[in-house]
Design a protein around this ligand. Structure first.
Ligand code: NI
Length: 171
């Protein structure tokens, strides 16, 4: 296993619509293992493949950050269904350092996905788990949490994104 470099905004891969996974092979298992290790090392509660430069529909979520093996969810080709309710809470993203803001998301979702071997399953999630999954599935569609902000919050996020663009230009 290896800790992979995390792509930071404005890296173009963060805006890509990732492709469905078709091959459930050793390469995929290796990617998932590396993504779990990278998420835990960051530390973070979720990571999408595009954040490590891989344009495939794979994400990992672990609200326990490695403390509880049952809290680890590997989602291949995830599809969110049945969003219910709504809740606003503060989010951040490993690809948007130093930016946090309140995002409104469904309180409860159902997600249909495949595991690393290709077996289909349905996961019911609510509250923070639903939020984390929605955030990661957004990444697979090239969407960042700041895209959900409106009004003054959106203006502030735009300024912060421009700062990241300048830092990238200097790097
Ligand atoms: Ni993120």
């Amino acid at each position: 296993m290896a800790v992979l470099p995390i792509m930071i905004y404005p890296e173009p891969v963060l805006r890509v619509e990732c492709r469905p996974v078709e091959a459930f092979d050793a390469k995929l298992r290796r990617l998932v293992d590396d993504m779990i290790e990278t998420m835990h090392a960051a530390p973070g509660v979720g990571l999408a493949a595009s954040q490590v430069g891989v344009e495939q529909r794979v994400c990992v979520v672990d609200l326990s950050v490695g403390e509880d093996p049952k809290a680890l969810h590997v989602l291949v080709n995830p599809v969110i269904r049945e969003p219910r309710g709504s809740a606003a809470d503060v989010e951040g993203c490993l690809s948007l350092p130093d930016i946090t803001d309140k995002v409104t998301r469904p309180f409860e979702i159902e997600v249909e996905a495949q595991d690393v071997e290709g077996n289909r399953f349905v996961l019911q999630a609510e509250d923070w788990l639903a939020r984390a999954i929605c955030h990661e599935v957004d990444h697979l569609n090239g969407v960042l949490f700041v895209d959900h902000l409106r009004g003054l919050r959106r203006e502030r996020a735009r300024r912060q994104l421009r700062r990241l663009e300048r830092q990238e230009a200097l790097a």
